[in-house]
Design a binder for this molecule. Structure first.
Ligand code: NAP
Length: 525
């Protein structure tokens, strides 16, 4: 018997040090960790003790005898990782979490910008180093903390959102004070924060979408998936957007997990969305949607598809949805076991495609590079270039899911090519006292838990600078008292309000997506 890691794995690797026989890989110390889709349990080494399941924040680890219907493919996926000869010889000595300590006593005062996964892991890491006696001021532009947990994770992925409960607790830990509705770089600068803190860690993420850079991109009906995701998740910046859902076919450019998220949400039956926390305006609009087919297009071959095996498995289990692929586009050649697993599933999808009979379908296409969006005023078709020549796909809705992009943060340097703040192991400049973590530091990649190790790296750098006396003493003692913005009680009021409304409708919450309404609720209740 063995334990199995299933689809909602968040990659935070909390399970790794819990395992007494080191049977969960890749660990954050192993080369493959950064690019790994998830973690895998070696069925031959696992002693079935359950220690990993006890610490998993998203309940992704289950014993094989307790796998839920639909989770069976994850048993084969876990085993597939160890089928690679390079993965067969891991040591069975227990792995340990890296420990950061310091001889130099605190208190160390740090301002952390953002409340998403990266920022939350930074706060956690700072508080975990007892010698620092860290005092942390958290600053968030919105009144609703959570970053991508609230505004990025798809509404039908409730299991993944569970990791946010820990982040919410972090904001309430002793030593943490929170100011909401305060924008770094505009309402408060790094210098102002440094007058009361030893350091500032900016983990405000990547809020924009990358541009396709093709003619016709500005036609009506062509949108970034980042806007669509923000819209259906009730992000105040995107709540007012409109998407024309009157066309039967939508095209999603790019085939990462965001592409699969938007394809699934576009096609999900109303009954399955109305029990989630999807924004009310999106729920209503999608109920009237005419979209029945979503073509997900990768510019490279299937072996380069960016979606994870777990998300492909989950997509295939969506009720009322057929998956379609063309065998000729699923070329052989993958060498690593997880890509081979994905290719096998795609081949199985292609083999079953002739029998696809559902009203709703996701069609996978590969090797098509978008070259132009065509139409008069609004998009009517998307042209692609392929090895076989040009191809056009008729559509009234194009969502480009080709990656997030950070926007420059006022007062910080910016590398426009990589869309990151240039840094060395999280440190910005020489002795600026400013650090970065998360997508603003390394670009928009990795699962939620990848940010834990990214945050630990930044905090290690910060602590080393503290130890070496490179951080300036703050000149004042009370900045957070002077900061404008609202405290956590504002979010508590919004949270209560949303949950109360949700209870009445049989949903986890009904989000307040309007920034002004959030403020009224936050101030008055
Ligand atoms: P992503 O995984 O980086 O995928 C981007 C896709 O866009 C790739 O297929 C890429 O193809 C394609 N692309 C890039 N530039 C293009 C262009 N000019 N023309 C056509 N295609 C282009 O990005 P993402 O989907 O936004 O996801 C971001 C991160 O969040 C990922 O690490 C993802 O796994 C994670 N995420 C996870 C979940 C989940 O676990 N459920 C959900 C959402 C997001 P090439 O490979 O050819 O560049």
């Amino acid at each position: 018997m063995t334990h199995v890691i299933t689809g909602s794995c968040c990659n935070d690797a909390a399970c790794v040090p819990a395992c007494p026989v080191n049977c969960i890989h890749p660990t954050p110390e192993e080369r493959e960790y950064v690019a790994s889709e998830m973690l895998y349990i070696d069925p031959d080494t696992c002693i079935d003790c359950g220690a990993c399941a006890d610490v998993c924040p998203v309940s992704a680890v289950v014993p094989d005898y307790d796998l839920e219907v639909g989770d069976e493919p994850f048993e084969a996926l876990n085993a597939a990782w160890y089928a690679d000869p390079g993965h067969a010889t891991y040591s069975t000595t227990s792995a340990r979490s890296p420990v950061v300590t310091t001889e130099r006593p605190g208190p160390l005062r740090v301002a952390v910008v953002g409340t998403g996964p990266a920022a939350s892991y930074v706060v956690d890491a700072l508080l975990s180093i007892r010698e620092l006696a860290a005092e942390v001021t958290v600053i968030e532009r919105l009144l609703t903390p959570g970053g991508l947990i609230r505004h990025g994770v798809a509404p039908d992925h409730a299991g993944t959102k569970a990791v946010g409960e820990g982040f919410n607790r972090t904001l309430r830990r002793p030593g943490v004070s929170v100011r909401l509705g305060l924008e770094f770089g505009t309402d408060v600068t790094a210098d102002e924060l440094l007058s009361a803190h030893h350091a500032v860690v900016v983990a405000s993420g990547a809020a924009g979408g990358r541009a396709l850079g093709i003619p016709g991109e500005s036609l009506r009906g062509v949108h970034s998936a980042v806007d669509f995701v923000g819209w259906y998740n009730g992000h105040p910046d995107h709540a007012d957007r409109t998407f024309d859902l009157g066309s039967e076919r939508a095209v999603v450019v790019g085939n990462g997990n965001v592409a699969l998220d938007v394809a699934r949400v576009l096609l999900a039956p109303h009954e399955s969305l109305r029990t989630t926390d999807i924004a009310a305006h999106a729920l209503d609009a999608l109920a009237d949607s005419a979209v029945r087919e979503v073509v997900v297009v990768g510019r490279r071959g299937a072996d380069h598809a960016a979606f994870t095996a777990g998300e492909l498995i989950r997509l295939g289990q969506t009720p009322g949805l057929d998956l379609v692929a063309h065998d000729a586009e699923i070329v052989a050649g993958a060498t690593d076991p997880i890509t081979r697993f994905k290719m096998d599933r795609l081949r199985a999808i292609a083999a079953a495609s002739a029998h696809a009979s559902s009203e709703r379908r996701v069609v996978f296409r590969f090797g098509l590079r978008p070259i132009e969006a065509k139409g008069f005023g609004r998009v009517a078709m998307l042209s692609f270039e392929s090895s076989a020549g040009e191809e056009e796909i008729d559509t009234g809705l194009v969502l480009s899911a080709i990656g997030y992009r950070a926007t420059p943060v006022p007062g910080l340097p910016f590398d426009p090519d990589r869309a990151v703040v240039p840094n060395v192991l999280g440190r910005v400049g020489e002795n600026s006292g400013v650090y970065v973590a998360g997508w603003l530091k390394r670009g928009p990649s990795g699962g939620i838990g990848t940010n834990k190790w990214c945050a630990m790296e930044t905090v290690s750098t910060l602590v080393a600078d503290h130890e070496a006396g490179r951080l300036s003493e703050p000149s004042r003692a009370d900045l957070h008292l002077d900061l404008p913005g609202l405290g956590l009680s504002a979010w508590d009021a919004i949270d209560r309000h949303e949950r109360d409304r949700g209870r009445a409708e049989g949903r986890p919450r009904v989000k307040v997506a309007d920034a002004w309404e959030q403020r009224v609720i936050g101030v008055e209740k």
